[in-house]
Design a binder for this molecule. Structure first.
Ligand code: SAH
Length: 364
């Protein structure tokens, strides 16, 4: 295995596993709704752009979902892709040549693959396999994938940028857990980490995706031209952690050294990364697939639900830094505070979600 194929050491904070009250499986309906909104775009991508005659010559069409978590969203997403391919074959009168499908479910090794596998749809029409490891490194053999999908995943950086936790650096992010409201040096450190990670992501995919193959991405990001917006959820999380530090439940130093490894890219930033990589053409960029603050439109009675949705996503990263003990209190106060902060959302700006479709160029 070439050096580039071995997994880099990275930080991994998978979503909450299992099917309990705070599990991702039971608290990802928002992401599911966005996936649903993208269904039409996926179908169009397959029908209008996927070159089935060339791609399925091996008679097996391989689909990978990068950052699949535990379902059910991943099952819905791969089903959409498969149905779109089947539809395309039918429309072209090629039913008899329909390929077999293999779906490769990827996530960090510590993802709850047991739950994923035990909830695979019984009526699935594909061969399923799990592929553990970071999508910022090689995961699959050369030219083996026909359709790569990833949703709500590549805004996770491979790690917190080092300078933001280095007290001697001008990018030390004291008192904050993310970059939007921090000084320029902090923002630059996050941007640099994003640039490096995206370069690795595209480099690996350029090797793995067959010429003519597609990469469809659903990305929590920010609109072009907008300064880095603060996500209401991070603002509230930060304020709840600071409250706990003030009460002496956790130390202020601990909060100072905590940063979320998330970056909200703009469509332009992604386009620039794709240009630099050179192996993909950008076929579609559809903005405003959803507004992240939509989470806040649920009624008060659903505060608990919001808190659980956030907990399903962030429990891992918080527990790794602060330990298990603070979780109940933290997410309880989060639920209570969220609504108040949400009212300020116009000041915060709105992170938004966009869809990008890349096609592997016919060059090696
Ligand atoms: N795609 C699903 C789940 C998104 S949750 C959905 O749309 O609902 C984000 C997932 O990305 C998590 O399971 C997390 O573990 C995974 N992830 C984040 N960084 C990753 C990386 N570098 N490599 C593989 N998986 C990663």
């Amino acid at each position: 295995m070439a050096a580039e194929q071995t997994s880099k050491t990275i930080e991994a904070y998978p979503m909450n596993g299992g099917d309990g009250v705070h599990s991702y499986a039971n608290n990802s309906s928002y992401q599911g709704r966005v996936n649903n909104a993208a269904k039409r775009l996926i179908t169009e991508a397959v029908v209008e752009i996927l070159d089935i005659e060339n791609l399925a010559s091996s008679n097996t069409l391989r689909i990978a979902d990068l950052g699949c978590s535990v379902g059910p969203n991943t099952f819905f997403a791969v089903q959409n892709i498969i149905e779109a391919v089947q539809f395309k074959y039918q429309c072209q009168g090629l039913d008899s040549q329909l390929p077999e499908f293999q779906v490769l479910f990827n996530d960090h090794t510590s993802n709850d693959f047991n739950t994923l596998f035990s909830s695979l749809p019984l009526d699935r029409k594909y061969y399923a396999a799990g592929v553990p490891g970071s999508f910022y490194s090689r995961l699959f053999p050369n030219a083996s994938l026909h359709f790569v999908f990833s949703s709500f995943s590549i805004h996770w950086l491979s790690k917190v940028p080092k300078p933001v936790v280095d007290k001697s650096s001008s990018a030390w992010n004291k008192g904050r857990i993310h970059y939007p409201n921090s000084n320029d040096e902090v923002v630059k450190a996050y941007q640099a980490q994003y640039t490096e990670d995206m370069e690795c992501f595209l480099h690996a995919r350029a090797k793995e995706v067959v010429c003519g193959g597609l990469v469809a991405l659903i990305i929590p990001g920010r609109p072009n031209g907008m300064h880095h917006p603060q996500s209401p959820t991070t603002v509230v999380l930060e304020s709840c952690l600071m409250d706990m530090a003030r009460k002496g439940i956790i130390s202020e130093e601990k909060v100072d050294s905590f940063n979320l490894p998330l970056y909200l890219m703009s469509p332009q930033e992604l386009e620039a990364a794709v240009d630099r990589n050179g192996y993909f053409s950008m076929e579609r960029i559809i903005t405003e697939l959803g507004i992240i603050t939509e989470l806040g439109t649920v009624p008060e009675t659903q505060r608990q639900k919001i808190s659980s949705s956030l907990r399903a996503v962030f429990e891992g990263v918080i527990m790794a830094h602060f330990g298990y003990e603070i979780l109940d209190e933290l997410f309880d106060s989060f639920g209570k505070k969220f609504e108040v902060e949400f009212m300020r959302k116009t000041r915060l700006g709105s992170p938004s979600i966009f869809f990008a479709l890349l096609k592997r160029k016919a060059t090696n």
